[in-house]
Design a protein around this ligand. Structure first.
Ligand code: NAI
Ligand code: MG
Length: 336
């Protein structure tokens, strides 16, 4: 029987890249049954400030697997970030974001880059505890807990072990935030001792992110707090080729959500030119998660071959390397 998946088409480029990806999954024979759910801009603008309707919650609770295209959070007061709501209310504590350069097919200055960013996904400044204190004073609380640190750090070492990775680097700012980031660092040192076969290293986030941008090949697995992980994963993806290339797995105890790392790209939406690769990679991770890794590998190999042959969307197109500039649907046709 097919695995039921709650599928959100998203906003902006979301529906274009979702259509391309679902066509590929169908052609590959993925044994899944999409149940389409409503969330994002349309729901927000209809007056529901949570951005997600009740039926969508039912589908998510029943299916436990979410495949989601990027959504637009309307600017302005009163709209809660749905991404934060989903991650927090479903307990999706780990956000796994691999970035691998595909030199020489996809242009990058960093041919040997192969890093996995493991971002804590529920706490830190993204815990959603933000308010106006007095007329001119606003506060956002940075929440760091010992169980939260233990869970994400252990996840990072277990990930490194499972995938044969050699080193885990922790990035924090504990020279300034001695208590909160200090706890993350302390827990990292404690848990690192349980994995003597894996190298470990702690870097302050400012020099760490600078070095990641200049010498990404020095990194293997990076574990970090929510905000830092959000920022450095866009940096890593962009220098590895394009933010449009990378997918993510949001892992919880009972529910998992798979999505591209980027947003709804309103600047290019409706033109059909978006890169569906991030969502395709998210789909590959989802197939592995639901026990269909053979089909996932098939998709991944076809995707690699398409890039190798030089069918490139505008974000990675380069004269002399690329063969043809394609849109999302033509890219999907080539993969199929
Ligand atoms: P963005 O990631 O949507 O776009 C940043 C830049 O990268 C733009 O120039 C865009 O054209 C380009 N880009 C992104 N994805 C691409 C792709 N697949 N192919 C080619 N080019 C691509 O970030 P931005 O513009 O800051 O945010 C737009 C909206 O997305 C906002 O409403 C934001 O809240 C939302 N967002 C949603 C996320 C989600 O649903 N998980 C994650 C991040 C942002
Ligand atoms: Mg982000």
């Amino acid at each position: 029987t097919p695995v039921k998946v709650a599928v959100a088409q998203g906003d902006g480029i979301g529906p274009e890249i979702m259509k391309a990806t679902l066509r590929i999954l169908e052609a590959a024979g993925a044994n899944i049954e999409p149940e389409f759910i409503e969330l994002g801009e349309k729901v927000y603008l209809s007056g529901n400030t949570s951005g997600i309707d009740a039926n969508a919650w039912d589908a998510i609770r029943n299916n436990k697997i979410i495949f989601k295209a990027p959504i637009t959070t309307p600017q302005g007061k009163g709209y809660k970030s749905l991404n934060v709501t989903l991650r927090k209310s479903l307990g999706l504590f780990a956000n796994v974001r691999p970035v691998t350069a595909l030199h020489p097919f996809v242009p990058t200055h960093f041919p040997n880059m192969d890093v996995v960013i493991i971002r804590e996904n529920e706490e830190d400044l993204y815990a959603g505890i933000e308010h106006r204190q007095t007329q001119d004073v606003y506060q956002c609380l940075k929440l760091i807990t010992r169980p939260g640190c233990e869970r994400i750090v252990r996840y990072a070492f277990e990930y490194a072990k499972a995938f044969g990775r050699k080193k885990v680097t922790c990035m924090v700012k504990d020279n300034i935030m001695k208590i909160t980031d200090g706890l993350f660092h302390t827990v990292f040192d404690e848990i690192a001792k349980e994995y003597p076969e894996i190298e470990n290293d702690v870097q302050i986030i400012d020099i760490g992110s600078a070095r990641l941008a200049a010498k990404p090949e020095q990194y293997d697995v990076i574990v970090t707090a929510n905000l830092y992980g959000d920022i450095i994963s866009d940096i890593a993806a962009e220098i590895g080729g394009s933010v449009g290339m990378c997918g993510s797995a949001n892992i919880g105890k009972n529910v998992a959500m798979f999505e591209a790392i980027h947003g709804s790209a309103p600047d290019i939406s409706g033109q059909g030119i978006a890169n569906p690769s991030g969502l395709i990679n998210a789909a590959v991770a989802m197939l592995a998660h639901i026990g269909q890794s053979e089909i996932g590998d098939k998709v991944k190999n076809a995707w690699l071959t398409t890039l190798e042959e030089g069918y490139h969307t505008a974000d990675i197109y380069q004269e002399g390397i690329s063969l043809k500039k394609v849109g999302a649907q033509e890219f999907a046709n080539q993969v199929i």
